[in-house]
Ligand binder design. Sequence first.
Ligand code: NAP
Length: 293
Amino acid sequence: MVAWTVRLGLWQNRPMPTEQASPVPGFLYGTAWKEDRTPALVELALRAGFLGIDTANQRRHYFEAGVGQALTKAYSEGLLKRSGLFLQTKFTSQGGQDHRLPYDPAAPLRDQVAQSMASSLEHLGTDYVDSYVLHGPMSGYGWTTADAEVWEAMVKERDAGRARLLGVSNVSLRHLEQMLAAHTVAPAFVQNRCFASRGWDRYVRSFCQEHKIIYQGFSLLTANIEVLRHPFVNGLAREANASSAQIVFAFARRIGMLPLTGTTDPEHMRQDLASLDLELSPEAVEAIESLAG
Ligand SMILES: NC(=O)c1ccc[n+]([C@@H]2O[C@H](COP(=O)([O-])OP(=O)(O)OC[C@H]3O[C@@H](n4cnc5c(N)ncnc54)[C@H](OP(=O)(O)O)[C@@H]3O)[C@@H](O)[C@H]2O)c1
C-alpha cells in the first residue's frame, strides 16, 4: 500500500503540510455545470491561484475531459506542475448518471469502479488522482452491500497507487457510522451540501472531526441565501470591507471546513481565495454557527 497521509490543520490557501507532494489546499475549485466553458474556467481558476480542482466522471453534470484539457495547457505553459495540484474526482453509480456512462453497466460494481477510474485518469492526463470520492451511496437510508463493494474497489484503486486519498459524498451521519463499522479503511474526506439551517451539517461535521476526516462543504452560498442576507453577516462584511460571500467562506474555514466554489467570475475567484485570509472573532464564528439552525 502507498503510505500517503494527510494531517489536519487550519485552512489557508498556503498548502497544508503533508508528507508528499499535492498537499490539500485551502479551497477547491468545483467544475460542475460548466460544459463547454470548463477548460477556460479551470484555466482561469488556476491562474487566479486555486491549487485544488474537484470534478467527477459524471458527464451529466461535469465535463471531466475538459478539466484535463485545461490541465494539459496549464502544465505546458508552466503555470503549475502536476505535483503542485490537488486533483479530486468521483465514481458515480448508474443512478447518478445519464446515458454517457464511463463503464459497462452490466459489469460487476468492482469492475465499474476500475473502468471509471481508468477513464478519469485518461480524461485528466495523469496516472493518479489525489482524492477519489464515492459520489453518493445507493440508498438515502443507509450503507448497503453495494456501497461496500464499491468502497472496497476504491480501496484497491488507492492501494494500487491510482488514488492518494479516498472520500465519500452526500452522506448522513447514519451512512458514516455504518460505513466505518463495515470497513477497515475510513474516508479521508466527506463532501456534503452544507445547509446553515441544519447547523451547517453539525452532526456530520462533528463525526468528521472525531474521526479526523476533512469535511468539504459545497453550496455554501446557494444553500444559504438567508445567511448572505442576514443583517449580522452584512454588518461583519461592512466592518471587514468584504462581501457576505467572503464572510461565509471565512466562517467555513474557521470551523475546519474545506470549502468549494464553482464561481464563473474572475473577481469572485479572487474574492473567494482572499476570504481565507479574513479574520473572524470567535464570537462572530459562534454567532454565524447558530444563525439559522
Ligand atoms: N458531491 C456532489 O454531489 C456535489 C454537488 C454539487 C456541487 N459539487 C461540487 O461543488 C462545486 C461548487 O458547487 P456549489 O453548489 O457550491 O455551487 P457553485 O457552482 O459554486 O455556485 C456558487 C454560486 O455562488 C456565486 N458565487 C461564488 N463566489 C461568489 C462571490 N464571491 N460573491 C458572490 N457570488 C459568488 C456563483 O456565481 P458567479 O459564477 O457569478 O460567481 C454561483 O452562482 C461544484 O462545482 C462541484 O464541484 C459537488
